[in-house]
Design a protein around this ligand. Structure first.
Ligand SMILES: Cc1cc2nc3c(=O)[nH]c(=O)nc-3n(C[C@H](O)[C@H](O)[C@H](O)COP(=O)(O)O)c2cc1C
Length: 190
C-alpha cells in the first residue's frame, strides 16, 4: 500500500494548515493511497542534541526517546512526506523546525532515508506575499535540501490567511493544495 505521511507544525487544530491538509487529502482521495496526519504540537519533541549516535550505523536510531520515536518508522515506511507549517518569524514554525532537525537521524552512513521520496509543502502565512511573509525562506530551504538530500520536491501549496480557517476563502491556495494532493498521490500509487 502506498503511504503518505503528513506532519503539521501548526499549534492550531482548526487553523489554516489544517484546512490546507484537508484539501490536500481531498485531492489525493482520487488515488488509492493511505494518508496519515500527525500534529507535531501534540507531541513532546526535543531538539537534536548533535550527539551523532545516529551516524554509527544505518540501523542506529536517535537516542532521544520522545515524540519522534514512533515517527521514524512512519517516515521510513512512507513513499511521500508532506510538511504543513504556518510561517512564524519569516520561516517555518518551531514545531516544524524541531521535527526537521530530528530528521537528521535518517541520514546514515550509506545515505539518507529521504532520498528518492516525494515531498510536498503546505504553507500558511499572514503576510501578503511569499517574499514579504518569509515563506520564500522556507521554500528556499526545502529547495536547497531537495538538491542536497535528493528528495523529489513535488509541489508547494501556499497562501495568505491570518485568522484560523480563513484560508478557505483563498481560492488559489485551496486549488494549489488540492493539486499538490493529486500530484503526490498519483506519484506514490504509480
Ligand atoms: C508567533 C507568530 C509568528 C508569525 N510570524 C509570521 C511571519 O513572520 N510572517 C507571516 O506572514 N505571518 C506570520 N504569522 C501569521 C501566521 O503565519 C498565520 O496566522 C497563519 O495563517 C497561521 O497558520 P495556522 O492557522 O495553520 O496556524 C505569525 C503568527 C504567529 C502566531
Amino acid at each position: 500500500m502506498s503511504r503518505i505521511l503528513v506532519v503539521s507544525g501548526s499549534p492550531r487544530a482548526k487553523g489554516n494548515c489544517s484546512v490546507l491538509i484537508e484539501q490536500f487529502c481531498f485531492g489525493a482521495s482520487q488515488f488509492n493511497a493511505t494518508i496519515e496526519v500527525v500534529r507535531l504540537h501534540d507531541r513532546n519533541i526535543h531538539p537534536c542534541a548533535a550527539c551523532r549516535s545516529c551516524k554509527e550505523s544505518d540501523e542506529a536510531n536517535c537516542v532521544i526517546d520522545d515524540g519522534m520515536t514512533d515517527l521514524y518508522p512512519k517516515i521510513r515506511a512512507a513513499q511521500a512526506l508532506v510538511i504543513a507549517s504556518p510561517i512564524y518569524w519569516w520561516n517555518v514554525s518551531a514545531q516544524t523546525k524541531l521535527f526537521l532537525d530530528r530528521c537528521d537521524a535518517l541520514d546514515g552512513p550509506s545515505g539518507n532515508v529521504l532520498r528518492g521520496k516525494a515531498l510536498a509543502l503546505l504553507l500558511a502565512y499572514g503576510g501578503e506575499s511569499v517574499e514579504g511573509s518569509g515563506a520564500s525562506h522556507a521554500i528556499g530551504a526545502f529547495q536547497d535540501a531537495a538538491e542536497y538530500i535528493g528528495f523529489n520536491l513535488v509541489g508547494i501549496a501556499h497562501g495568505t490567511a491570518w485568522e484560523a480557517g480563513e484560508i478557505r476563502e483563498n481560492e488559489i491556495a485551496m486549488e494549489m493544495a488540492y493539486q499538490v494532493g493529486a500530484d503526490i498521490a498519483r506519484i506514490v500509487t504509480k
